[in-house]
Design a protein around this ligand. Structure first.
Ligand code: AMP
Length: 249
């Protein structure tokens, strides 16, 4: 079984996001970039399945600028066997990414595609679902547990009401939740070994995919500053304020 894992390069989740002064976007110069957090869970799960002898190859893929190679390289350092970088400049929206992944799936013929449930930069939560639709494959989104069976997967999903367990036939798309596992750190020897692993580079235009954004970003602004809270002297005062001022009870 072969597993393709999509990893996106995003601003590190610890970075305090700053909006550009002209409101045209956010500051990305000299900002630390990392793998989108749930994509680390997706790689970890694929590598664990391979270590359990249930997969033969894990291939990591990223779509983006040349520097997204670092994201693929990190996936190689934690156990992926080989990498693919599909080069495209600027913002590549979920539909274009899913069309690119569709082409790569047709070429690589994986049995499973693992992805993150959501990218923390655009918060779209669309790419996996769109890819499933384009390929006409079953999808299991927000996976917090995956059990590999003979020709199917049993996937526990995080939903508003709690947990749901479904079974999907392979080939399938799985989007991973942060609760799925604890991603491992890349050890220094493995980082060194990853340097020798192969990363194939492909231009998005050579795949015949137009990556031009379809969405016009009109303005980006900081959320309004939160007002300072107040202290009340007693429970009675709190209830009175909730009733008469906030009008929430
Ligand atoms: P989104 O639909 O943008 O929230 O992204 C959901 C998931 O799709 C991410 O967690 C990644 O696994 C994958 N993905 C989105 N964009 C890219 C990209 N440019 N390169 C690789 N994977 C991506």
């Amino acid at each position: 079984m072969k597993i393709l894992v999509a990893v996106k390069r995003v601003i590190d989740y610890n970075v305090q996001i700053r909006v550009k002064e002209d409101g045209s976007g956010i500051v990305t110069d000299n900002v630390k970039m990392s793998t989108n957090p749930p994509d680390d869970n997706a790689i970890e799960e694929a590598v664990k399945i391979k270590e359990a002898g249930k997969a033969t190859e894990v291939v990591a893929i990223s779509v983006g600028e040349e520097k997204a190679q670092e994201t693929v390289r990190k996936a190689l350092a934690v156990g992926a066997d080989r990498g693919i970088l599909v080069k495209a400049e600027g913002t590549v929206e979920p539909l274009a990414v899913s069309k690119i992944l569709q082409k790569i799936v047709e070429k690589e013929k994986p049995d499973l595609v693992f992805m993150g449930k959501q990218a923390i930069d655009d918060d779209c939560n669309q790419t996996g679902q769109m890819l499933a639709a384009l390929l006409n494959w079953p999808q299991a989104t927000f996976a917090s547990k995956i059990k590999v069976k003979e020709k199917s997967l049993e996937v526990t999903r995080e939903i508003d009401e709690g947990l749901e367990t479904i079974e999907v036939n392979v080939p399938a798309i799985v989007t991973c939740d942060l609760r799925l596992n604890e991603p491992r750190y890349a050890s220094l020897p493995n980082i060194m070994k990853a340097k020798k692993k192969q990363i194939e580079q492909i231009n998005a235009s050579d795949l015949g995919i137009d990556t031009k954004p379809r969405i016009d970003q009109i303005k980006v602004e900081e959320p309004p500053k939160r007002k300072a809270g107040i202290k009340v002297a007693s429970v009675e005062e709190l209830v009175q304020k909730l009733k008469n001022e906030a009008k929430v009870i």
